[in-house]
Design a protein around this ligand. Structure first.
Ligand code: ADP
Ligand code: MG
Length: 254
């Protein structure tokens, strides 16, 4: 395809970012809780939305997922529009994986059934994918166990395998590690990051912890009062915070 070939509606271009959020705003009860938020995420890249509680991080994620509607702005994936002010692709048709803090597994299903829940196709292929994922999250031999037999960290890894199973182009993670104790957290965070990079998934990770953003992000979008106040590589933001409040926010890291 030559570069000047026009792109038909619904067609994608090689140049388009995996995820593009443009000028997103959300008004609740007359209050603008997300204001003109824009960012792009490439395949295999981790974008961290970082900011204090109430600054609009989760609302931004919910709009991208399609479970909340924006007042203005648009979301595109691989150049294809997912939603704008008047149009919305249903959440299940967006090719987006979600992991939230309370990563609830289906308690009555086995680990294997949880991981294969969103998969369609021949049984052998589904089983192979489940086996591959359980291996990657280091849970070989767990397929027939039920969630109540697992520790918090193990359940978290099952949730990760389940979210990755249908090979989402985009993964949205809302404070996914905050329920884990410190001892487990570092290992699970690093494994998760590795897995998502290998799968080439574009990740938006929400956190209120600067240390977590510094450790995991390729890019950080620092949010305050619904807006992105600074965007860039972790060490650039850490070394040159845009104002005193941003500097204070990072000052707890040791
Ligand atoms: P964060 O994830 O950064 O803590 P949220 O996106 O959850 O922030 O919330 C941003 C603001 O929007 C908060 O003041 C919250 O109370 C408000 N809010 C979130 N969802 C709704 C809703 N559905 N209706 C009204 N207000 C909401
Ligand atoms: Mg939140």
């Amino acid at each position: 395809m030559s570069l000047d070939t026009p792109t038909a509606p619904g067609e994608t271009t090689a140049q388009a970012p995996r995820l593009e959020v443009a000028h997103l705003s959300c008004v609740f009860d007359g209050r603008e809780v997300v204001r003109d938020v824009s960012f792009r995420v490439a395949p295999g890249e981790i974008m961290c939305l970082l900011g204090p509680s109430g600054c609009g991080k989760s609302t931004t994620l919910r709009v991208i997922a399609g479970i909340e509607r924006q007042s203005a702005g648009s979301v595109h994936a691989d150049g294809k529009m997912l939603c704008n002010e008047v149009f919305s692709t249903p959440p299940e048709a967006r090719g987006i994986g979600l992991i939230f803090q309370d990563f609830a597994l289906f308690p009555h299903l086995t680990v294997g059934q949880n991981v294969s829940f969103g998969l369609r196709g021949p049984k052998a292929r589904v089983q192979a994918r489940v086996g591959e994922l359980l291996e990657r999250v280091d849970l070989v031999g767990y397929a027939d166990k039920t969630p109540h037999m697992l520790s918090g960290g193990e359940q978290q890894r099952v949730a990760l395998a389940r979210a990755l199973a249908p090979r989402p182009r985009i993964m949205l993670m809302d404070e996914p590690f905050s329920g884990l104790d410190n001892r487990l957290r570092d290992g699970i965070r690093d494994e998760t990051l590795q897995l998502l990079k290998e799968e080439g998934t574009a990740v938006v990770l929400v956190t209120h912890e600067p240390e977590e953003a510094m450790r995991m992000a390729d890019q950080i979008a620092l949010m305050r009062d619904g807006q992105i106040v600074q965007k860039g590589a972790p060490y650039n933001i850490y070394n040159a915070p845009c104002d005193k409040a941003a500097a204070a926010f990072f000052s707890d890291i040791n």
